[in-house]
Write a protein that binds this ligand. Structure first.
Ligand code: HEC
Ligand code: HEC
Ligand code: HEC
Length: 136
């Protein structure tokens, strides 16, 4: 079963990122999530939505912000897929062992295209730029 799913995902990949975009579910981001979009839009992928709270209740801050080297800044890490596949940053856990692996593109690349790097719906963000209604 796992092999079968992998094959489907890999062939989706072979068809190009655009297919993944069309096939993915509704864009999602909740209060406090970090949207990471330094490269995604430009590469034709949906922005990454990192559910910070979901991770914070499971791991100590230190795991990510000291041991894995994540900077305390939305978009401040110049993450790319090579590093992630190489087991760095998100890839330290999203390797099919601690958490599901990198082949699940859409679980990370789930943001609404065009969403800038930000802490989603933070007060600071709202003060800086008025946001349009989230749900159509
Ligand atoms: C565990 C989370 C995660 C998964 C799964 C994941 N990505 Fe990413 N990806 C990221 C992050 C984080 C970035 C950096 C986002 C940014 O700054 O725009 C990124 C960036 C990218 C980029 C732009 C930078 C680069 O390396 O070229 C592409 C293209 C990309 N991902 C494709 C994919 C594809 C295709 C898959 C599935 C095979 C995938 N990603 C799966 C987290 C993930
Ligand atoms: C699973 C990893 C992980 C854990 C655990 C974690 N963080 Fe983060 N944190 C991140 C990532 C990833 C980002 C976004 C970095 C980026 O966009 O490149 C971030 C961003 C931040 C930011 C910056 C947000 C902004 O306004 O720019 C702060 C502050 C922060 N974390 C604090 C914490 C604290 C405090 C804890 C513990 C209670 C914690 N983090 C636990 C991964 C983690
Ligand atoms: C310290 C380990 C760790 C790191 C680092 C980490 N994750 Fe996760 N992540 C997890 C675990 C564990 C889960 C839960 C997996 C499960 O439910 O099977 C998870 C779940 C998720 C989910 C799904 C949340 C949900 O609602 O089910 C997303 C999206 C995600 N991670 C994205 C990321 C991205 C993007 C990064 C890097 C910016 C990242 N993660 C870094 C451990 C990590």
């Amino acid at each position: 079963m796992v092999t079968c799913r992998r094959m489907i995902l890999l062939s989706m990949l072979a068809l190009g990122w655009s297919f993944a975009l069309v096939a993915s579910g509704p864009a999602k981001a909740e209060y406090g999530d970090v949207v990471i979009n330094n490269y995604s839009d430009a590469a034709g992928m949906r922005p990454v939505v990192f559910p910070h709270w979901f991770h914070r209740v499971r791991f100590a801050c230190k795991v990510c912000h000291a041991d894995l080297g994540f900077q305390f800044k939305a978009g401040g890490n110049n993450l790319d897929m090579l590093q992630i596949i190489d087991g760095k940053f998100c890839g330290a856990c999203h390797n099919g062992e601690i958490a599901w692996g990198v082949e699940n593109c859409n679980l990370c690349h789930s943001g609404k295209p065009g969403t800038p790097t930000q802490v989603h719906e933070s007060t600071m963000q709202k003060l800086a730029t008025p946001q349009p209604a989230r749900k159509k």
